[in-house]
Ligand binder design. Sequence first.
Ligand SMILES: [Zn+2]
Ligand SMILES: [Zn+2]
Length: 452
Amino acid sequence: MIFDKVLEIYQKYYICVHCLGRMFSLLGTNTTNYERGNSLLLSITMENHRNFFKGDDSLQKEAINNLNLLAENAIYYPAQKVLTNEGLDFVKNDSNQVCYLCHNIFNDIQKYVKKAEQILEGFEFNTFLIGSSPESQIINREDKFKSEFNLLEAESFKSHFNRVLGKVLMKSIKKLPEFNIPDVLIIYSLSFETFNIELVLKSLFIFGRYNKLIRGIPQTHWFCRKCMGKGCELCDNTGKQYLISVEDLISPEFLKESKAKDSKFHGAGREDIDVRMLGSGRPFIIELRNPKIRNLDLEKIERDINKSNRKKIRVQNLRYSSKKEVIRLKTNAKDTKKVYKAIVKSKDKISKKSFKQKFLKLKNKFENQEIFQRTPNRVSHRRADKIRKKIIYEITGKFIKTDIFEFRIITQGGTYIKELISGDEGRTSPSFSEIFETPLVCKELDVLEISL
Ligand SMILES: [Zn+2]
Ligand SMILES: [Zn+2]
């Protein structure tokens, strides 16, 4: 019998109406725990009020006992009123009694709402979700309580708190709750005495294409090899292997405008440090973590980045993106076609006529053919040694001097161009050097186009 259970609880503890309702949360739907708790207390009061009138002596005595319990231990006003009206005495306990289970957290929910409103001031978002982590004392006490009274239909403290707070906050800040991926996750750390709020903001993703107009800078931030970013003599206390990177030049403007805590740069593949990225640029997505502002003026950001980095890098086609697109960007990078321009130096001098003959042979050998590349010597310390099969689509060649030639090469993404030219001591075969029957070295390389 539920009524007996409630009376049994109040013989030992004072708990508030919210917590009482929570203990029977799985029973009766479409109502609140507060309503549940109140209905229980009222029904028990009514039942005992009736027994008081209609019962025999022993029933009447039991009714008075029960009403007393509700009046004194549950501090339930209607029970107190019944006793007063019947001219019966009871001890009037302090109405600010502390709930054994929640320390009156649920009676003071506005305090929690107000703090969230303050903290959220100045943040741009449309959807939110409440999360909470009550300290172990709260959880343990409640677990013991439930097993002491064998309460099997209770809801957890957490989900009760999250729901109640979400409902009130939704009305006060006029934003929608979102249970899947909210713009803002508002996490309460709760103890009986105090609480803290931490915000977790959904990352913002911006797609764009970048050009790298100079040689000698990497795509992303590289930490100093020796100190790993702490700063040492080798890196002049900068913590960096290279002073600037494409990422370093692009991200500050985004961080400033979005007021994000930090960012991550995702490129669709990368070019070597000494390779320029020309043409319509390489696709990238910048991930802004914990952004305070979500509605960005992307045209302004594009203008500002390009203005302050003139002749170094350029960005274009900025638009909003998603985490899904980051994954697509990474997996599709292998399937792109790339157009390169290579300036090549030959060890032996070759006449223009001989160049033409050799180039014809090169075209026949490579165009629309597969080549096999073992992991190049220069990256073998950080990449697994394996053999990659790549397709060369098209090559054009230009004689510049007897030992300098220019090639335009269209290949499958991920082809090692420098090694395709040099042969990398036989690790790439066939190679341009093989066909020209003299060592060739790529002196300058540019990516002219990437098609996704
Ligand atoms: Zn309570
Ligand atoms: Zn260092």
